[in-house]
Design a protein around this ligand. Structure first.
Ligand SMILES: Cc1cc2nc3c(=O)[nH]c(=O)nc-3n(C[C@H](O)[C@H](O)[C@H](O)COP(=O)(O)OP(=O)(O)OC[C@H]3O[C@@H](n4cnc5c(N)ncnc54)[C@H](O)[C@@H]3O)c2cc1C
Ligand code: FES
Length: 508
C-alpha cells in the first residue's frame, strides 16, 4: 500500500482531541500550586495523579495535548519484560539491583491495574502473557539465560515452545500476568480526574524555562505560573542543566497496524530477538481486531528514507501473517540511558525543588509509571526503596563502548555539520515532496517543496544546541541527530528537547 497521508497513531486517531484548555494567565493571574508537572505523558500524568491523591494541588503543563507525545505513539505493552534485560542487569548491576528493577516494574503494572479497576477506566486493558521469542539458535541461548536471570530476581518467568505464532520459533521466555491497554484512553481518564479542586491540566502551553526558587517559576509561552516543586517529565528533559542529553540518546521506532481475523491473531504480546526484531500485539478497534507490528529502530536523525522502514514492517506482515492492507502507521522515539536504567530524581545536585524522569529505554509504560510513583514520593520527602537504583545523579557510565560511541557521534555531527558545505545553494534544487539542506547567502537552510510546488524554508540549525537537522521523508520533518529534537516544515517543534522553533526563512 502507498500512503498519501502523514503517519498517524491509532491511539490518537481513536480518541477525542482538545480535552483541556491552555493556560491563560489573565484568567489565573499568579497561579500557584504545590507541584507543577511539565509534560503530560505517562510519567507526568502518573506523578500528577499520585500527588493529587496525596492531597497536593498540581498543574500539568503540556505543550501539545495529553498523551500525544511518545505515549501516544507506543505499542503500549505494560510489562516488566523489557526485551532481554535481566541477564545483563544481574551481570552489570548485581542481583539486588536487578531485583529492585523487576519489583518496581511489577509494582507499576499493579498500579495501572489498580487505577483501571478502582476508577473504572475504559481503556481496553487486558492481562496478557509477554514473550521474547528466538528464531535462531544463538538467540535461543540468550533467551534461556534470560529465563534463568528473570527467575532469580523473582519474576513470573518460564521457558516455552508453545506459542500462538503462525511461523516456527525455537523457544521463548514467557512472563505471565503482564498487560496491554489503550494508552491515551487511560491517560485522558486520569487527566480528567486531576483537573479540579485547585488542580489544573493545561494543553497547548509550552514551557520554555524553569527557575528554582521559593516558589519555583515556570515560564511558559503564555505567561508564568508558580509551584513549590516542579517535575520535568518531557521525555528528554527540556532543561539542559544535568546534561541528560549527554547521558542518554534518543532512538526512533516504527509501527504499522492492520485488521486481522481473531482466528489468525496471536494470543499474547511478542517481541523477537536479534537486530531486526519485531514487536507484536493486538488491540480492539470497535468490533474488529488490529495487529500492531513494530520495529526498525534507529538513532533519531540517522535515517532519511524512513518510508522504507514502514515498508519493511509491512513486508514482514505480508510474509508472516498474509496481511496486504494497512490501516495505520506511525513512529516515535524514546530515550535510552547508557546503563539501561532510567534517571529519576533531582535535576542536579544543586536543585532541591526540580526533579526529572527520563531514559525509559522504549519501556515507559511500566518505567514511566514507576517514575511517576517515585517522583511523587520524592516530592513528599517519603522514603522509597527504588530511589537509589534510579537516582538521576548516579555516576553515569560515560565510558561504556555504547556511550562513548554515541557521544562521539554527537561530537562528530556537531563539528562535521559546521565544516560540511551543504553544497547546493538554489531553491530550484529542491524537488516536489522532498526536503533538502542548502546554503543560501552563507546561511544553512532546510527547505521542503510541497505537492503544490510551494517551498517552505527554515534555518537548518537546531535551536537546542546547534546541530544541523536531517530530512525525514515519511514524516516530512526535520530531525536533529544530536539529541532528537524534531521540527515540522514550518519549523514548529514536534519533539523536544528544543523549546524554540526553527527560524522561518523567506525565499524569493
Ligand atoms: C514505537 C515505540 C513503541 C513503544 N512500545 C512500548 C511498549 O510496548 N511498552 C512500553 O512500556 N514502552 C514502549 N515504548 C516506550 C514508551 O512509549 C515511552 O517510554 C513513554 O511513552 C515515554 O513517556 P514520557 O512520559 O516520558 O514521554 P511523553 O509521552 O512524550 O510525554 C512527554 C510530554 O511532554 C511534552 N513536552 C515536551 N516538551 C514540553 C515543553 N517544553 N513544555 C510542556 N510540555 C512539553 C510532550 O508534548 C509530551 O506530551 C515505545 C516507544 C516507542 C517510540
Ligand atoms: S537536539 Fe540537541 S542540538 Fe538538536
Amino acid at each position: 500500500m502507498v500512503y498519501t497521508d502523514k503517519p498517524s497513531s491509532f491511539w490518537i486517531e481513536s480518541t477525542p482531541k482538545g480535552q483541556f484548555p491552555p493556560f491563560l494567565p489573565e484568567s489565573l493571574p499568579d497561579l500557584r500550586v504545590d507541584v507543577a508537572i511539565v509534560g503530560g505523558g505517562i510519567a507526568g500524568i502518573t506523578a500528577a495523579m499520585r500527588l493529587k491523591q496525596a492531597g497536593k494541588t498540581v498543574a500539568v503543563v503540556e505543550a501539545d495535548q495529553i498523551g500525544t507525545g511518545v505515549t501516544g505513539h507506543t505499542t503500549a505493552k505494560v510489562t516488566s519484560q523489557h526485551h532481554l534485560i535481566y541477564a545483563s542487569l544481574v551481570k552489570d548491576l548485581g542481583e539486588e539491583k536487578a531485583k529492585l528493577y523487576a519489583e518496581s516494574n511489577q509494582a507499576a503494572i499493579a498500579q495501572v491495574f489498580q487505577w483501571v479497576q478502582t476508577q473504572n477506566i475504559d481503556c481496553d486493558f487486558s492481562r496478557r502473557t509477554a514473550y521474547v521469542f528466538a528464531e535462531q539458535p544463538e538467540q535461543l541461548t540468550k533467551v534461556k539465560d534470560e529465563v534463568e536471570a528473570a527467575q532469580t530476581v523473582g519474576l513470573p518467568a518460564s521457558f516455552t515452545t508453545d506459542l500462538s505464532l503462525p511461523f516456527p520459533v525455537l523457544g521463548a521466555v514467557a512472563f505471565e500476568g503482564q498487560a496491554q491497554f489503550h494508552p491515551r484512553k487511560y491517560l485522558l481518564h486520569l487527566a480528567k480526574m486531576i483537573a479540579d479542586e485547585g488542580s489544573y491540566v493545561f494543553e497547548q502551553t509550552r514551557v520554555t524555562s524553569v527557575d528554582e526558587g521559593t516558589p519555583c517559576k515556570i515560564v511558559t509561552e503564555r505567561g508564568n505560573l508558580y509551584a513549590q516543586d516542579v517535575l520535568i517529565t518531557t521525555n528528554l528533559p527540556i532543561l539542559d542543566q544535568g546534561l541528560y542529553f549527554a547521558k542518554a540518546y534518543p532512538r526512533r521506532s516504527y509501527i504499522v497496524a492492520a485488521e486481522i481475523s481473531p482466528e489468525q491473531a496471536p494470543d499474547g504480546m511478542y517481541i523477537g530477538t536479534g537486530d531486526s526484531y519485531r514487536s507484536l500485539r493486538t488491540t480492539p478497534e470497535g468490533d474488529r481486531l488490529l495487529l500492531l507490528i513494530g520495529g526498525e529502530g534507529h538513532k533519531v536523525g540517522a535515517v532519511t528514507n524512513t518510508a522504507e522502514r514502514f515498508a519493511n514492517l509491512e513486508a514482514y506482515g505480508r510474509e508472516r501473517f498474509g496481511i496486504t492492507d494497512y490501516a495505520y502507521r506511525w513512529s516515535s522515539q524514546d530515550v535510552k540511558s547508557f546503563d539501561n536504567v532510567p534517571y529519576i530524581g533531582k535535576l542536579t545536585p544543586a536543585n532541591t525543588h526540580i526533579f526529572v524522569a527520563t531514559g525509559f529505554g522504549l519501556w515507559g509504560m511500566s518505567n514511566g509509571t514507576l517514575a511517576g510513583m517515585l517522583l511523587s514520593d520524592l516530592v513528599q520527602g517519603k522514603d522509597n526503596p527504588w530511589a537509589d537504583l534510579y537516582d538521576s545523579l548516579r555516576a553515569t557510565p560515560f565510558l561504556t563502548s555504547t556511550s562513548l560511541q554515541e557521544n562521539l557521534d554527537v561530537g562528530k555531527r556537531w563539528v562535521g555539520d559546521r565544516l560540511k558545505g551543504l553544497t547546493d545553494n538554489s531553491i530550484n534544487d529542491v524537488v516536489t515532496g522532498e526536503g533538502k539542506l542548502l546554503t543560501i547567502e552563507g546561511k544553512k537552510v532546510a527547505a521542503y517543496r510541497d505537492d503544490e510546488g510551494q517551498v517552505h524554508a527554515v534555518s537548518a540549525t537546531c535551536t537546542h544546541l546547534g546541530c544541523i537537522v536531517n530530512w525525514n521523508n515519511a514524516e516530512k520533518s526535520w530531525d536533529c541527530p544530536c539529541h532528537g529534537a524534531r521540527f515540522d516544515c514550518q519549523g514548529k517543534i514536534l519533539h523536544g528537547p528544543a523549546v524554540t522553533p526553527l527560524e522561518q526563512i523567506k525565499t524569493s
